[in-house]
Design a protein around this ligand. Structure first.
Ligand SMILES: [Zn+2]
Length: 200
């Protein structure tokens, strides 16, 4: 069974070089891949978008999610538009950014010569990604605000008292949406594998 990351990454490679797909079994597989991706998108639109951002580096999905979060922050949280957009950029960065851990190169494990075995990476705690500190997130938000020319700056105090909890809620929600979509994709991949076994 191919993994969910490979399922998403494979459409990326295809769209970059636009080569025709191989015939026969490969073409069938490609059809089925598209079919699965379509089903996941239909059932878990947000989670599917996060998977596309993480594994296929999809700019289109990134813009879509950022604008969806921005709209909701403006409508529900009553945050200013420019600030909402900066917060949304950093929600995506936190959830699906590609900040690969430099120590383990994204694998989450580091080889210890002394013990001659792999150990969990101490820097990323096995996640393969470096999570940003609160201060780092805030400074990035302010960078976005500066680049947008909005003239707004979020102070450290406002960040922790007014915005951080809301920002984190969006982060948690996207993590959950992604996990749901990935679980469904896995289920569909397994079902196809099972049906091949029945035929064979
Ligand atoms: Zn690491």
């Amino acid at each position: 069974m191919i993994s969910v990351p490979r399922l998403y990454a494979s459409q990326c490679a295809k769209s970059i070089n636009c080569e025709p797909l191989a015939k026969g079994i490969n073409a069938l597989e490609a059809d089925e891949k598209l079919n699965i991706l379509g089903q996941v998108q239909g059932a878990f639109m947000i989670g599917d978008a996060v998977l596309n951002i993480r594994w296929a580096a999809s700019e289109a999905h990134k813009r879509k999610i950022i604008s969806a979060i921005t709209c909701r922050m403006v409508a529900v949280n009553k945050f200013p538009h420019d600030l909402s957009m900066a917060l949304a950029e950093m929600v995506i960065e936190e959830v699906a950014g590609t900040k690969r851990c430099k120590k383990c190169n994204g694998t989450g494990e580091v080889f210890s010569k002394k013990q001659s075995k792999y150990n969990q990476c101490g820097l990323c705690k096995g996640a393969g990604q470096v999570t940003m500190t609160h201060e780092k997130v805030l400074s990035q938000i302010n960078n976005h605000l500066r680049n947008n020319g909005s003239g707004l700056i979020v102070s450290k105090e406002d960040w922790s008292k007014k915005y951080y909890d809301f920002w984190m809620e969006y982060v948690d929600e996207l993590h959950k949406a992604e996990a749901d979509a990935a679980r469904y994709a896995k289920q569909l991949l397994r079902r196809i594998e099972d049906s091949w076994c029945e035929v064979g």
